[in-house]
Design a protein around this ligand. Structure first.
Ligand code: KMH
Ligand code: ZN
Length: 309
């Protein structure tokens, strides 16, 4: 059987990294749109998008903070837009669903369990901060519980059901796969599902090959052939784990949401630079990268003509 092409998702800005950490992190709406478009041109067929407050770059889920970004991305690329419903670990599900309900994108993330979600060790790297909110936000993550209860997951599924959105089911540990199986059994999600194995978050499973094999085998056991999968690994493990996933028949996610670096100690100058790197690795190793329309077919998406932006 011919091997399926590899889908590259690019997660452009996220909610973990803050403006002080890299001058290349897109923070203004203009930068987020421009970097997203460049990432699509470099080979990302899915753009996973968060937004930020235009005044000070803090993570935001305010629908108005997405509008100009989505308009520009749609005008300039054929890429699939995947909006976060995770927002930031400090936010609750109701506010996190508002943008997806308004814009009805082809895809959304959906976090499949609650966990500690910490990045406070990053504070040790900085003596001063560009904006007042950053230090407390980073240090405060030591007490974060990223809340994604079964009630929250059901609320997301039911609120967004009329929009026919395909979820990127973010699973940060093996137990989250069992949560997903339970939700499928009670009819919240339909096959084929798309699982994002999230590795290396402090609070979730660590990034190593044994763990990836375990996650994949567990998903095989629970979902048979009714799932597609991808890997994102936070920080230094981003490229090694993405490369491994592509060799195992999976898909990959890169982007400055997940790692600020292009190689050890060297900041990535853009999201597109990371996309170009993983694309080169995938192609050098003999695989092909999926176009946006091929990604739509592989993931059975509703189509770009059925979004609300
Ligand atoms: N930042 C990632 C580790 C979401 O947007 O729903 C998780 C994420 C969450 O992408
Ligand atoms: Zn995200």
């Amino acid at each position: 059987m011919a091997r399926q092409k590899t889908i590259i998702t690019c997660a452009v800005t996220g909610a973990i990294h803050t403006p002080t950490m890299s001058r290349y992190l897109p923070v203004t709406h203009d930068d987020i749109a421009r970097q997203a478009i460049d990432a699509a041109e470099a080979g990302a067929s899915i753009l996973h998008l968060h937004t930020r407050d235009p005044d000070d770059g803090r993570p935001s889920v305010e629908p108005d903070h997405y509008a100009s970004i989505l308009g520009r991305v749609k005008q300039s690329t054929g890429a699939v837009v995947n909006l976060t419903t995770g927002g930031a670990p400090t936010m609750l599900i109701k506010e996190r669903l508002q943008a997806a309900a308004r814009f009805s994108p082809e895809m959304c993330s959906l976090n499949m369990g609650s966990l500690n979600f910490a990045f406070h060790p990053l504070a040790a790297r900085y003596d001063s901060y560009k904006y007042d909110w950053e230090e407390a936000y980073i240090r405060g993550s030591e007490s974060n519980i990223f809340r994604n209860t079964f009630t929250d997951i059901r609320e997301a599924a039911e609120t967004l059901a009329p929009h026919k959105i395909k979820f990127e089911h973010e699973c940060y540990d093996v137990g989250h796969l069992y949560n997903l199986k339970f939700c499928m059994d009670i009819g919240l999600f339909k096959a084929p599902i798309f699982i994002q194995f999230v590795m290396g978050i402090l609070g979730g499973i660590g990034s190593d090959i044994d763990n990836l094999v375990f996650l994949k085998k567990t998903a095989d056991k629970l979902f048979g052939d009714s799932f597609r999968w991808s890997v994102l690994a936070a920080g230094a493990a981003q490229m090694p784990m993405a490369t491994t996933a592509s060799q195992m028949g999976g898909n990959v996610r890169v982007g400055l949401e997940d790692s600020l670096f292009i190689s050890r100690g060297e900041l990535a100058e853009s999201n597109a630079q990371q996309v170009r790197k993983i694309r080169r690795l995938i192609e050098d190793l003999g695989c092909e990268v999926a176009s946006p329309d091929e990604a739509r077919e592989i993931l059975d998406l509703k189509g770009a003509d059925r979004v609300n932006f």
